[in-house]
Design a protein around this ligand. Structure first.
Ligand code: NAD
Ligand code: LMR
Length: 329
């Protein structure tokens, strides 16, 4: 049976994450090895030529699943009929820029893109925001798309989730596939909380296997939460291949489902669960099935976790209040 190609829009396509992402989408890693794709690449005018170069390379790979590539600087064209949108392009923080300036500059990107998604995307659109500050950029885009169900706008904390898996595997002398039910709570920022109290290592409770609260507080949590800055320090540029890999994982899991007995972490619109104010885009433990997700309910949150979840949620509330004051939501 010939399948209809899925339209995948990538913004910031000429950037470093875009370069690491597009070839994997075209080779079937995003949606599956039997799903053909059309790529729509959105760039600002200065990025169009480099995006054309990447498109030439994509052609030269002769990927059997790649049915078409369109390059544009017009969001209405880029999101026309989009089934999946990866919002990667964002305004980086530059020297002397205050947080308010950063939020305002990104509002200028994510508000019109949210509206273009609202007006042009396919009914089944799924949006992943990667560009930082990812949670609040997702909130801005979601608020500009009142006709799209709010749960279709998500922010990426899968990179944090994957970082936490690797750190915990190293500590426990296991492999990442031995670990299940790890959770990233809150914001994709240094306040995020990687939670191992409900995680399992080879079927045993991870916190009990580790049995070292000092390592948890002083090594594990800061290593995961500040990993992005450590990569920038070491590489001279922010994470790219690992970020692209996490974006692939996020969408693949959303579309194809979590494994039985496991869950993942996604930044999603809160329904008020676990005391996170409704409407904020915050990371939660989620299971996915048939292209939809649900927050894992009923987890017992201890004092150690509560304080850390609350701190990250407070930061999200402050970011929300700042973009509200700027008229962006
Ligand atoms: P980059 O600077 O290499 O590329 C960004 C690209 O976006 C550029 O080509 C630029 O021209 C383009 N762009 C800017 N404004 C645009 C717009 N309005 N429409 C379309 N394209 C636009 O950056 P990168 O390394 O690819 O990172 C992209 C973003 O992802 C950054 O904000 C970075 O902080 C973020 N990031 C997030 C995570 C995460 O885990 N959520 C991880 C790593 C990086
Ligand atoms: C990361 O987590 O690697 C990035 O979000 C860091 C950054 O500031 O781009």
């Amino acid at each position: 049976m010939t399948r209809t190609p899925v339209n995948v829009t990538v913004t910031g396509a000429a950037g470093q994450i875009g370069y690491a992402l597009l070839f994997r989408i075209a080779s079937g890693h995003l949606l599956g090895s039997d799903v053909p794709v059309n790529l729509r690449l959105l760039e600002i005018p200065q990025g169009l030529k480099a995006a054309e170069g990447t498109a030439m390379e994509l052609d030269d790979c002769a990927f059997p699943l790649l049915r078409g590539i369109e390059i544009t600087d017009d969001p209405n064209v880029a999101f026309a009929g989009a089934n999946v949108a990866l919002l990667v392009g964002a305004r980086p923080r530059t020297a002397g820029m205050e947080r308010g300036d950063l939020l305002s500059a990104n509002g200028g990107i994510f508000k019109p893109q949210g509206k273009a998604i609202n007006d042009n995307a396919a009914d089944d659109i799924k949006v992943l925001v990667v560009g930082n500050p990812a949670n609040t950029n997702a909130l801005i885009a979601q608020a500009a798309a009142p006709d799209v169900p709010a749960e279709r706008f998500t922010a990426m904390t899968r990179l944090d989730h994957n970082r936490a898996l690797s750190q915990l595997a190293k500590k426990t002398g296991t492999t990442v596939s031995d670990i299940k039910r790890l959770t990233i709570w809150g914001n994709h920022s240094a306040t995020q909380y990687p939670d191992i109290f409900h995680a399992e290592v080879s079927g045993k409770n991870a916190a009990e296997v580790v049995n070292d609260e000092q390592w948890l507080a002083d090594t594990f949590i800061p290593t995961v939460a500040k990993r992005g800055a450590a990569i920038i320090e070491a590489r001279g540029a922010s994470s790219a291949a690992s970020a692209a890999n996490a974006a692939i994982d996020h969408v693949h899991t959303w579309v194809n489902g979590t494994a039985a007995g496991d869950w993942t972490s996604m930044g999603i619109v809160s329904d008020g669960s676990y005391g996170v104010p409704a409407g904020l885009i915050s990371s939660f433990p989620v299971t996915t099935k048939d292209g939809a997700f649900e927050i894992v309910q009923g987890l017992d949150i201890n004092e150690f976790s509560r304080a850390r979840i609350d701190a990250s949620v407070k930061e999200l509330e402050e970011e929300r209040d700042a973009v509200r004051a700027l008229g962006l939501i």
